[in-house]
Design a protein. Structure first.
Length: 272
């Protein structure tokens, strides 16, 4: 069974609301729905209770699930109450999706740290669906399967998220997404609107390591891969993996792997 027959994307799009919007289907949806709140807020009904859907929240509904969505004016820190609500939404189905859905119990609402990579999967899937020519159901199916597996990974990494843990995971993803460029601790803390000292404390509490060490670990893994599999000059490897200078890169690489970058390249290629 190919991806195209096992996994179907019936529709995918992006919506942005500046006016009130209400949708209610007591008889339930016809297909599976993945909806990511990208901006502002909305409200949905879960187990009979109206819940607020914040930016970054993912809604998951199966066929026949009652569906309710409401978008009205919300109070924001700056300015008057207003309507600003954006979302990506995907209606899908097929044997692969059915099997994926039943692997684990899935809550109707998941609060996930904002991730450019995760957002990009929705964006790419929507762009593929908008193609008027050269459209490929197989490509859409593959994007959808990757998206679903990424949801599983995020659920595994953070089965229960406290408010403090939510901030820590957002910082962790910021580091992973920006590791190839230079940034400061202030940038990591500013990403979640907290002080540097609080950011350092929360990160250490959640992951048992410092932000600086985690940044270096991510960058060193990137460098190790490029040293092994690319002909890129070592100085260029250092630069493209976010290290400020080659001397520092050389020192931390040797400390981590027990040999210099040049020695590591010779050793790794001798093994292949």
């Amino acid at each position: 069974m190919t991806s195209a027959t096992a996994c179907h994307v019936f529709s995918a799009g992006f919506s942005f609301h500046r006016k009130p919007f209400h949708s209610s289907l007591n008889e339930g949806l016809q297909n599976y729905l993945l909806r990511l709140q990208t901006e502002g807020r909305s409200r949905t009904r879960i187990d009979g209770v109206i819940s607020t859907v914040e930016t970054g929240d993912l809604m998951l509904f199966a066929p026949d699930d009652p569906y309710y969505l409401s978008i009205d004016k919300e109070n924001y820190p700056v300015g008057k109450p207003r309507i600003e609500s954006g979302d990506y939404h995907i209606f899908c189905g097929g044997p692969w999706i059915e099997e994926w859905w039943t692997r684990t119990q899935r809550p109707a609402l998941l609060r996930l740290p904002r991730s450019d990579y995760f957002l990009g999967l929705f964006r790419q899937l929507v762009l593929e669906q908008r193609r008027l020519s050269d459209s490929s159901p197989e490509i859409s199916a593959c994007y959808l399967q990757i998206l679903c597996m990424e949801i599983d990974r995020l659920m595994t990494e953070q089965p229960v998220i406290s408010p403090k843990g939510y901030l820590a995971y957002r910082m962790k993803q910021y580091v992973e997404e920006h590791a190839a460029i230079s940034f400061r601790l202030e940038d990591v803390a500013g990403h979640v609107d907290i002080s540097v000292s609080r950011a350092v404390h929360l990160f250490k509490e959640a992951f048992g390591t410092s932000i600086v060490k985690y940044v270096n670990d991510v960058r060193l893994e990137m460098a190790r891969e490029r040293i092994t599999f690319s002909p890129m000059p070592l100085e260029h490897v250092s630069e493209t993996c976010g290290f400020a200078n080659y001397t520092y890169f050389h020192r931390v690489f040797r400390s981590r792997f027990g040999m210099s970058p040049k020695q590591y390249r010779i050793h790794s290629r001798a093994q292949t």
